[in-house]
Design a binder for this molecule. Structure first.
Ligand code: PEP
Ligand code: MN
Length: 353
């Protein structure tokens, strides 16, 4: 069978487990289609599992009768997991995601900015021009908005997509916009260069599976109560479907300690860097819900090694239809872009020192 494959899972059996009970475990593994080698120790046996071990691991084998422990030797998310460094000395196998003319990952950095939502053709065009002139390389703007209240502005829907297409043609900037429903993927993909999955939909597995089938980059935002393991397994849904273009976004997690009950988890940036080859960007806007915190958190995210930022900008925050309280003005955004460039230069200097 698969005996030439490396062992991916070891089941540590109870000391002195009788052969009849061990064989029960073996036959369950046989039924699951993996190959098993029994390794005899002085006081116990070990089962080495080879082959299609991931479905077995989801069945909590450590809880099976006669099993003391299960030791996983291979990542649970093989497509998302960081690959071993390439031996030829090239960059450490990081995925580079191309979003129209913008590049993220493998050392390439970019800022996505724009309003929370498209509110009108005029507003979208004005802000697109402002953020593009300031140095944003992708325009963010939602047209299908996941709002907590059903009475809140829900976005312009299809007419909003038409506006984004116009803005993209006029300003020549790539677009990231959110999709909430599998039925909208096709039309969103016609306009968007990067398709956003919002925090609330990080575990919408039907949506993730569909996005695995298309060939457009996906911006996957971390669920606001999701562990990094759950985040990477959500990315695995898209990657295992065949779409290898995924950008991860840390956007803050639920905590009573923060403004708006959210705290930006900047530790996720270095942690994800260790665990995955995918680019990681940070959204300090939803990660703080507070304009005063956006620039400091953005600077910290860049210093922590983020591959990019996602920042909300509005030229009239007082009149914004959503998230005005966290929007930077174009002027403050321009300042932030300059500061970020200075931090990147300092980091490059440190790397050479
Ligand atoms: C957004 O980016 O507009 C948004 C709704 O973000 P999140 O899904 O992170 O709340
Ligand atoms: Mn928003």
């Amino acid at each position: 069978m698969n005996h030439d494959l490396p062992a991916a899972l070891i089941l540590v059996l109870e000391a002195g487990l009788p052969a009849t009970r061990r064989n029960r475990i073996r036959s369950r593994l046989d039924e699951l289609g993996v190959s098993v080698t029994v390794v005899a120790g002085p006081d116990r046996e070990y089962l080495e599992v080879r082959g299609d071990h991931l479905p077995v691991e989801t069945l909590s084998p450590e809880s099976w009768d006669g099993v003391e422990r299960a030791i996983s030797l291979a990542p649970e998310y093989p497509h998302a997991a960081r690959r071993p460094e390439s031996s030829d000395g090239s960059a450490a196998g990081s995925t580079v995601v191309q979003v129209g003319s913008a590049t993220f990952g493998g050392g390439a950095f970019g800022i996505m900015a724009g309003p929370c939502a498209v509110e009108s053709a005029d507003q979208a065009l004005r802000i697109a021009r402002a953020v593009s002139e300031a140095g944003a390389v992708v325009l963010r703007a939602g047209v299908y908005k996941p709002r907590t209240s059903p009475y809140a502005f829900q976005g312009l829907h299809d007419p909003g997509l038409a506006i984004l297409l116009d803005v993209k043609r006029t300003v020549g900037i790539p677009i990231v916009t959110e999709v909430m429903d599998t039925a909208d993927i096709e039309k969103v993909a016609e306009v968007a260069d990067l398709i956003q999955v919002g925090s609330r939909n990080m575990q919408n597995y039907a949506l993730l599976r569909q996005l695995g089938k298309i060939r457009k980059p996906v911006l996957l935002k971390r669920g606001f109560a999701a562990t990094l393991r759950e985040f990477l397994l959500a990315a695995e849904y898209i990657l295992s479907g065949g779409n290898d273009q995924v950008v991860l976004c840390e956007r803050g997690i639920r905590s009573a300690a923060g403004t708006g009950n959210v705290v930006l988890d900047l530790g996720a940036v270095p942690e994800l860097r260790l665990r995955t080859h995918l680019p990681v960007i940070v959204d300090p806007s939803h990660g703080s819900q507070d304009r005063a915190r956006v620039a400091p958190l953005a600077r910290a995210a860049v210093a922590a090694g983020a591959d990019g930022l996602l920042v909300e900008v509005h030229d009239d925050p007082q009149r914004a239809l959503s998230d005005g309280q966290q929007a930077l003005t174009p002027d403050s955004f321009r300042r932030l872009v300059t500061e970020v460039a200075a931090i990147r230069t300092a980091l490059a200097g440190l790397a050479q020192a």
